[in-house]
Ligand binder design. Structure first.
Ligand code: ADQ
Length: 734
């Protein structure tokens, strides 16, 4: 059975050192609980930082830590204090965290932090590789390790890799601020399945991929170097049973007795890590406003604020702590009396029993993050409302991922102190039956989609993606297949090769005229042509002038405009159909209209076709306009001898008798070729693949469905293959 490999910044076991003694303390975080109760029990191995900087450890300690963690199924990634400073407190928590939570004012762009982040991701990759087995499933977690999926993929192309982001994914407008945005996206796209808490984040991610990378998502799926990648929402749940049943535990009941407020006073709680994203300051301001606006509630309510210390090595967190303490002091000073303190403040982590007691006792939970990937506290609080006599009610920020699942809470905008004050009043006054009704609906949902279901769902979907990847599509041209091709090439006394140009021999550029062949390509072609056994045809959508200019000096056959013109090795260009171009004058005004309406679009004119390009335009607008243009052209060309085709960022109107399939037929039927090789990357090349005899090696360059038998991922892969063929030519052997 395959193992499950979990990777996260921290291990679920904390290692502490007192003098020379090491202690290992397992912590039941959400992910660990979910994985621990997977429906399908699997062998597990967890990689992460053990919690002590490696420069404080000698080799004996490291050895002891490795052995101690082994018993918990964990493998340590030892990181030094400098690595933690720049990678974790630097790039992860001073760059990604604030930016992804829309706090641009706290976002630091620092090259040193970025380098450390990349290096630490590489460090994880390096340490993991020797311990991985071929059929392991790897699940990488969170914003500290966004580059890791691609790094692992580079070394293990067939690995099954999932990635889950626990924080929000921001809109493109935010992500574009980041100088390393492309690297982060490419890093995540190394995974087969990318999960987020909410569909909103899926949408943002796909829209950024569309705008920043070269991949085009379709309905939450995209092809990355011929690998199907799925992106989906998996809202993380909680261990519902544990929280729902907690108030029956004697330890929790004892805690409840200890902290119960005075009879008749309602208890409001606020529980979070001390983080600016949680909106604690705004919450306190709103409480202040509430006491001012509704003085009748003074002495009738108490607010307990629990703030868990967090990232104390980052300045803004310390500043925030001071500000919170000041405002707590101010409110208590302003409204407090001898026997009433409006706010009790605790800056610490609480043991489970105490936390569960607080949840159970509180009449209202005031959870108002300014941004939050999910927010599990809100779910835990709802799960703990099992007392039918005194059910509590949740007030929740609409900016928390949890808000879409907890719609029966009193949902507020965390920046609107009037609304929060009004919500507090509404919650405190809410009749018991209404509280019960709302909680019941939320509890039903939370008890179904628990953290175990979440983990199961993710793993199952990951398996499905992996299965789907293997089902169809051209086979990768590597290993034995590649050897067979080279072997057939070597053995053949006559060889015929059809090579498309753009996207096959050279990569795409924004301006078509800039894609001229480089010296290396010309050299490879010359080497191949020096072998009299080779007959090479460059077959392109380009016009005659361009092809003559680029390849006119070579002893090569050229086919221009998708087969409209052919130039044999030494002859002139010969037209293959009669040019009848009246249709151009009819369709040109429509194409021009769509150029005017689409900034960045332009028209390319060829003898037998007109092409509308939108590669330089804003992608959503370009898609919309391409569809509109296609519809408009279809309507008017229905009775003419022309067709309308949509390709990669183009709409082309062309003479119907002209296509690459027709153009190559005479060569194929000329003789029995022991070796035919055809390479192309887009829809026009499919016509060639379709007419080839069974023994031909047809090769699609890049992602997407194809009639070709084989696939290479990139232009550079294809050029490496051409160079390998050239290496067997007579000229290179001398
Ligand atoms: P966090 O930002 O840490 O998590 P949250 O989801 O609320 O936020 O999880 C906090 C956890 O800490 C809860 O399980 C809670 O029980 C515990 N906790 C809170 N206060 C505590 C206290 N005083 N003592 C002990 N434990 C306490 C990040 C993202 C979230 C996302 C989670 C999970 O920021 O948006 O929901 O990961 O993906």
């Amino acid at each position: 059975m395959s193992r499950l490999i979990i990777v996260s910044n921290r291990l679920p076991v904390s290692v502490a050192r007192q003098d020379d003694t090491l202690t290992f303390q397992p912590s039941a975080g959400g992910v660990a609980t979910g994985i621990g109760s997977l429906a399908q029990p699997t062998e597990r191995l967890w990689f992460g930082w053990p919690g002590i900087a490696s420069d404080r450890l000698g080799s004996t300690h490291k050895h002891q830590i490795t052995e101690g963690l082994d018993e918990h199924g964990c493998k340590p990634i030892f990181l030094s204090s400098a690595e933690m400073r720049d990678y974790y407190f630097g790039f992860a928590n001073r760059t990604i965290w604030p930016l992804f939570h829309y706090f641009t004012q706290y976002t630091v762009f620092n090259e040193t932090y970025w380098r450390a982040y990349r290096n630490v991701n590489e460090h994880f990759c390096r340490d993991m590789l020797p311990l991985l087995k071929p059929d392991d499933r790897i699940w990488v977690h969170d914003y500290q390790l966004m580059l890791l999926p691609e790094m692992l993929r580079a070394k293990r192309p067939d690995a099954e890799i999932g990635f889950f982001l626990h924080i929000p994914f921001p809109s493109f407008e935010l992500l574009r601020l980041l100088p390393w945005r492309r690297e982060l996206l490419e890093g995540m796209l190394g995974a087969d399945l990318i999960g987020f808490h909410e569909y909103e984040y899926v949408r943002h991610f796909l829209s950024s991929v569309y705008r920043i990378s070269d991949y085009e998502p379709h309905l939450s799926q995209l092809m990355v170097h011929n690998r199907l990648v799925r992106v989906d929402a998996f809202p993380m749940g909680i261990d519902y049973q544990r929280f729902a049943e907690s108030s029956r535990k004697p330890e929790v009941l004892r805690e409840i007795d200890k902290i119960k407020p005075n009879e008749g006073r309602q208890l409001i709680i606020s529980v979070d890590r001390l983080d600016y994203t949680k909106g604690i300051l705004k919450r306190l301001e709103a409480y202040d406003w509430f006491l001012k606006q509704y003085p009748e509630y003074r002495k009738k309510v108490s607010l307990v604020v629990v703030a868990v210390p967090s990232r104390t090595k980052v300045d803004v967190y310390n500043e925030l702590r001071e500000q919170i303490e000041q405002i707590v002091g101010h409110i208590n000073g302003e409204y407090g009396t001898l026997n009433w303190t409006p706010i009790s403040y605790m800056y610490r982590s609480l043991p489970f029993d105490r936390l569960a007691a607080l949840y159970a006792l509180a009449d209202v939970a005031l959870i108002t993050p300014l941004r939050d990937g999910m927010n599990l506290v809100a779910k835990e609080y709802v799960a703990c409302q099992q007392d039918k006599e005194h059910p509590g009610i949740l007030i929740l920020s609409e900016m928390a991922g949890a808000a879409s699942e907890l719609a029966e809470a009193v949902v507020i905008n965390p920046h609107d102190k009037e609304a929060i004050a009004a919500a507090l009043r509404q919650a405190l006054e809410m009749p018991q039956a209404e509280r019960l009704r709302r909680n019941r609906m939320m509890q039903r949902r939370l008890s179904r989609y628990t953290v175990a279901r979440w983990a199961d769902d993710f793993i199952q979907t990951l398996d499905e993606v992996k299965t789907k990847q293997h089902v169809h599509g051209p086979a990768p041209l590597r290993g034995e297949r590649r050897q067979k091709l080279i072997h057939t090439y070597q053995a053949a006394p006559q060889r015929l090769m059809f090579l498309d140009y753009d996207g096959t021999l050279v990569g795409f550029v924004k301006q078509p005229q800039e894609a001229r062949p480089d010296a290396e390509l010309i050299d490879t072609l010359k080497t191949l042509l020096a072998d009299p056994a080779n007959h090479i045809v460059i077959i392109s959508g380009r016009d005659r002038e361009t092809l003559t200019h680029w390849f006119g000096d070579l002893n090569i056959t050229l086919i221009a405009e998708h087969g409209a013109y052919i130039r044999d090795t030494e002859g002139d260009w010969v037209a293959q159909v009669n040019p009848d171009n009246e249709w151009k004058e009819m369709t040109r005004p429509i194409l021009e209209l769509y150029v005017d309406r689409t900034p960045g679009a332009f028209i390319e004119e060829k003898t037998f076709s007109l092409v509308w390009h939108c590669r330089r335009s804003e992608p959503d607008l370009a898609d919309l306009r391409a569809q509109e243009l296609k519809d408009a052209l279809m309507g008017m060309t229905a009775n003419l001898n022309i067709g309308v085709f949509e390709g990669a960022k183009i709409v082309e109107v062309k003479h119907i008798g002209v296509n690459k399939g027709q153009a190559v037929l005479p060569w194929i039927s000329r003789q029995q070729w022991p070796f035919i090789f055809v390479a192309g990357n887009d829809y026009t090349d499919e016509d060639m693949f379709g007419v080839m005899p069974e023994n031909a090696f047809t090769c699609k360059i890049g992602p997407g469905p194809s009639r070709a038998h084989y696939r290479l991922n990139t232009v550079s892969d294809f050029r490496t293959l051409l160079a390998a063929m050239a290496a067997h030519c007579p000229r290179s052997e001398t």
